[in-house]
Design a protein around this ligand. Structure first.
Ligand code: SF4
Length: 287
């Protein structure tokens, strides 16, 4: 049987995730009370691996008075950072430098009295961290132009636009194009991370030609979920999995060209395991 398995060139760990992962491994060499506030990255297997090596995952700082605290790649809120500093934690700041861009922009534009349209997902840890840099009641979190009425722009003549780093470019473009119809002053910070954009473009390109697309990464990972949405536009046989155990033989029946892409928190080793598993299914199907 002839088949082709193509892996997106930039699939897997991005710069910020690799940096955070390496920082934890490094800190674990000397530290035996190392805490990660929430998941360091959106990948269960990687978080479990770090837990096995001695890192502890905590949901908040209650009841923990000292130790080393690793700040996840997507950042934490200023309030959480203040508590950690007051308690005297040794802080390892693994916030991705690209996430610091919208954080700093939020503070600056807020100080300059812009009303902020934060284009992103409510409740996402990165969005929560950006919100903590904004003035209270001086922002809206949305991805929909329908949330932005004529009255909204009349009430807020100075508009600042900031994007979640993993946002599809098109969503930001839609919000900006729409806002330009009404806003008198608009200050746009394009804080979308290149790594996300490149991965999304490659995934779309792969999906255009593939009969089956496998998207590997955490089910709670916003950037992986978007890869699945984008790939599905061109390839209806697209599946989002967290591990090779979820792969089904039926997905690969009468399929010749398989594309694999993976979210920013997926290590290369996991991608290779999935590739090997797909080969074994293809060979089984051809018997
Ligand atoms: S996707 Fe971009 S912003 Fe997010 S951690 Fe990776 S490099 Fe940083």
């Amino acid at each position: 049987m002839n088949y082709k398995i193509e892996i997106a060139r930039h699939a897997g760990f991005c710069f910020g995730v690799k940096r955070a992962y390496d920082m934890v491994l490094n800190a674990l060499k000397t530290d035996d009370s190392l805490y990660m506030l929430g998941d360091l990255i959106h990948n269960k297997q990687v978080v479990n691996e770090l837990k096995d090596k001695g890192a502890k995952v905590i949901e908040n700082l209650d009841g923990i008075e000292n130790g080393t605290l690793v700040i996840r790649a997507h950042g934490i809120s200023i309030e959480e950072l203040n508590i950690a500093q007051k308690k005297g934690f040794n802080i390892v700041d693994a916030t991705c430098p690209y996430v610091k861009i919208p954080q700093k922009a939020a503070q600056k534009l807020s100080d300059e009295d812009y009303f902020i349209i934060l284009v992103g997902d409510k409740g996402h840890p990165e969005v929560d961290s950006i919100v903590s840099y904004l003035k209270k009641d001086n922002f809206i979190i949305t991805k929909k132009t329908s949330d932005l009425t004529y009255e909204f722009f009349k009430k807020n003549p100075k508009i600042g636009v900031i994007a979640q780093t993993t946002l599809p470019l098109q969503t930001l473009q839609d919000i900006i194009t729409y806002s330009l119809n009404y806003a008198k002053e608009i200050n746009i910070i394009n804080s979308i991370c290149d790594a996300t954009f490149i991965r999304q473009e490659e995934t779309l390109e792969l999906a255009r030609n593939a009969d089956c697309m496998i998207i590997l990464g955490g089910k709670h990972s916003a950037n992986t979920t978007r890869l699945k949405e984008l790939a599905s536009v061109y390839c209806s046989n697209t599946h989002h999995i967290e591990s090779e155990q979820e792969l089904k033989n039926s997905w690969f029946e009468n399929v010749n060209h398989i594309g694999i892409s993976a979210g920013a928190s997926t290590p290369d080793a996991q991608i290779e395991i999935v590739r090997q598993y797909i080969i074994s299914i293809l060979e089984e199907n051809s018997l």
